[in-house]
Design a protein around this ligand. Structure first.
Ligand SMILES: C[S@@+](CC[C@H](N)C(=O)[O-])C[C@H]1O[C@@H](n2cnc3c(N)ncnc32)[C@H](O)[C@@H]1O
Length: 183
């Protein structure tokens, strides 16, 4: 999907997509910075959109690892299913059900969770409940990486995760913040 199509899809579904351009290569790199892919066998991505970040994650993953990618928009899921990689599992469902899907893969916890869900525009309770579920289902050495376009939700992440570090990435439209969280 090119940038114009992403823009059209985003405008149609602004309440769930939360931005009008896909993440830049610089933002994708910033999201994955510091994540140790060498031992990870199961990674979760939330809010994959057109798959721009999905492709960066797959490039870094071990050949025997799996990526569970959650996306609620059917049109985006159609595009994600076109990514030709056996390690990718596209889940057309909301991130709030992450525990159920992990169980299907005989796992209680993901090694890492990488999210672009626009929690700022979701109901507050739902946002906090998804982030708390992610914390509960994150491996002890795991990283939770989240992109936002402001730091307005900083305190929510600090209530859930003992460690929260925020980095700024100017080379994106709009400029973005990456929250690196761990337990
Ligand atoms: C800002 S876009 C990110 C797209 C892409 N990952 C990127 O970085 O360019 C956020 C995506 O999250 C999806 N989304 C919103 N709520 C969701 C939920 N509860 N579960 C899974 N995906 C969700 C939206 O449909 C949208 O595609």
């Amino acid at each position: 999907m090119n940038k114009m199509k992403f823009l059209r899809e985003s405008i149609k579904n602004l309440k769930t997509v939360g931005t009008v351009t896909p993440s830049s290569r610089f933002l994708c790199q910033a999201m994955l910075k510091g994540i140790d892919f060498s031992k990870a066998t199961l990674i979760v991505e939330l809010g994959a959109g057109n798959g721009v970040l999905t492709r960066h994650i797959l490039k870094k993953m071990r050949p025997d690892a799996r990526l569970l990618t959650f996306e609620v928009q059917a049109n985006f899921c159609e595009l994600l299913r076109k990514i030709d990689d056996d390690r990718l599992v596209v889940i057309e469902d909301s991130a709030e059900y992450i525990a159920d899907y992990l169980r299907e893969f005989d796992r209680e916890k993901a090694d890492h969770i990488i999210s672009a869900i626009p929690f700022v525009i979701l109901p507050k309770d739902l946002a906090k409940s998804i982030v708390s579920t992610c914390s509960n289902h994150l491996a002890p050495d795991g990283r939770y990486a989240q992109v936002h376009y402001s730091t307005i939700l900083k305190s929510m992440y600090e209530e859930v995760f003992p460690k929260v570090k925020i980095n700024f990435t100017p080379l994106n439209i709009p400029p973005a913040f990456v929250f690196h969280c761990s337990n």
